[in-house]
Design a protein around this ligand. Structure first.
Ligand code: ASP
Ligand code: MG
Length: 430
């Protein structure tokens, strides 16, 4: 039997009682003949408290600004707050506590176990503190312990640079540790134990009849995560996809089939809407009267990238300018958190492209249907637009990709739109 990696999140190891319950899954896999690697997060809200400590030591609450990385992870914004090397030194201590406690819990039940920090298993990352990326893992140290019959308990979220500096992978990064380890060890599967029993067709707090999904492809899961579904850290799913590691999301405190995230099953032609997702608080920037010539879009988006503004849903249209020629309109969405930085950047953009006007509207939500083979089936879009029309909801923008159809609607209509689409695809249970 092969290796299984089991990851337990902060709420699943919040106290010793819960750790004992988690240890049942470890013992069961061991009894079934697997070699088991356990990855744990810091206990409960320990990391939050360490963040608060760093802020307090620096100057006061709220001084450590967070941002969302391209992988969707939450990380400390560079240039703000306390020195990020020290933040990593501090935050990494949370997991050092939980690995030792978890190993003791296992030993107390007669299961030989050994805990390792990121450094001890050669979890090597780049030097971007608070947002580091994994570069390599020394699987040898872990294998040696597994061969000796021990369960290896590894600290999630932390790594070490080639120079020996402690790093962290961004908030929620233990998922990534687990999947990366599973890849490095050639594990059969990576089981993510959490406080929900799987991935849902929609956020159950917004859509009460949402159902657990049995299986979802990596791609669809990534889309769901990018659109706001928070079950798994997106970077972890990317790792899973890249190395073909099947990921099973399970409830840590109760028995259940969970949700399998894996490669698309060959020959699966059936189109399937896996779920619907919503992302609120989007602003829309519209640039009108731009010159219709090569290089304009390139100039706009290069400048936005330079200012680290994440843009989404870009639409360009060419319209007659009333003088026999034509002009270009470009619109795109940005998150509200980026809006404050926008006006000066847009002024620079218009100056660089030689004319035009920019307007910024706020208060939109993106509501999307995600699944396999969606784009090739016009019916999916038709069902979705009909559902919105019947609910009297106006669509401000539409974009599609291989695996999703997204609509931008007024924020006030967002949750109602989500429920309408969920129902229209018959995703609800019962
Ligand atoms: N303990 C870290 C955090 O809370 C990492 C994790 O939970 O995955 O962000
Ligand atoms: Mg956590």
């Amino acid at each position: 039997m092969g290796i299984v990696v089991q990851k337990f999140g902060g709420s699943s190891v919040a106290d010793v009682e819960r750790m004992r319950r988690c240890s049942r899954w470890v013992m069961r896999a061991v009894d079934a003949g697997h070699r088991v690697v356990v990855v744990v997060s810091a206990m409960g809200k320990a990391t939050d408290r360490l963040v608060e400590l760093a802020e307090e030591a620096w100057s006061g609450p709220g001084t450590m600004a967070f941002e969302r990385g391209e992988g969707g992870e939450v990380r400390v914004k560079p240039g703000s707050g306390p020195p990020r090397r020290e933040v990593d030194m501090l935050l990494s201590t949370g997991e050092q506590v939980s690995i030792a406690a978890m190993s003791i819990v296992l030993e107390a039940q007669g299961q030989p176990a050994i805990s390792f920090t990121g450094r001890q298993i050669g979890m090597t990352t780049d030097a971007s503190h608070t947002r580091a990326r994994i570069e390599s893992i020394d699987a040898g140290a872990i294998r040696k312990q597994l061969d000796a019959g021990r369960v290896v308990v590894v600290a999630g979220f932390q790594g070490v640079t080639p120079e020996g500096e402690i790093t962290t992978l961004g908030r929620g990064g233990s998922d990534t540790t687990a999947v990366a380890l599973a890849a490095a060890l050639g594990a059969e599967a990576c089981e993510i134990y959490t406080d929900v029993d799987g991935v849902y067709t929609a956020d159950p707090r917004i859509v009460p009849n949402a159902r657990r999904i049995d299986w979802i492809s990596y791609e669809a899961m990534l889309e769901m995560a990018a659109l706001g579904a928070k079950v798994m850290h997106p970077r972890a799913v990317q790792f899973g996809a890249r190395y073909g590691v099947p990921i099973l999301v399970l409830h840590s405190q109760q028995e259940g089939p969970g949700t399998l995230i894996s490669e698309r099953i060959e020959g699966m032609e059936k189109i399937e809407v896996a779920g619907v997702a919503i992302k609120a608080d989007l602003g829309r920037v519209t640039l009108t009267g731009l010159p219709n010539k090569p290089g304009v879009a390139a100039a706009i988006f290069a400048m936005l990238a330079d200012h680290q503004i994440l843009v989404d849903d870009i639409i360009q249209t060419v319209v007659p300018n009333g003088e026999g020629g034509s002009a270009v309109t470009v619109s795109f969405t940005v998150e509200h958190s980026d809006l404050a930085d926008l006006p000066p950047v847009m002024d620079k953009v218009l100056e660089a492209v030689g004319g035009g006007k920019s307007t910024i509207d706020v208060g939109f939500s993106k509501v999307s249907a995600v699944g396999v083979g969606i784009r090739s089936h016009a019916a999916v879009a038709a069902v979705m637009f009909r559902a919105l029309a019947d609910a009297g909801i106006n669509i401000a923008n539409i974009t599609t990709s291989e695996i999703k159809v997204c609509t931008i609607v007024e924020k006030a209509d967002g949750e109602r739109a989500l429920r309408a689409i969920h129902d229209a695809f018959g995703l609800g249970g019962g």
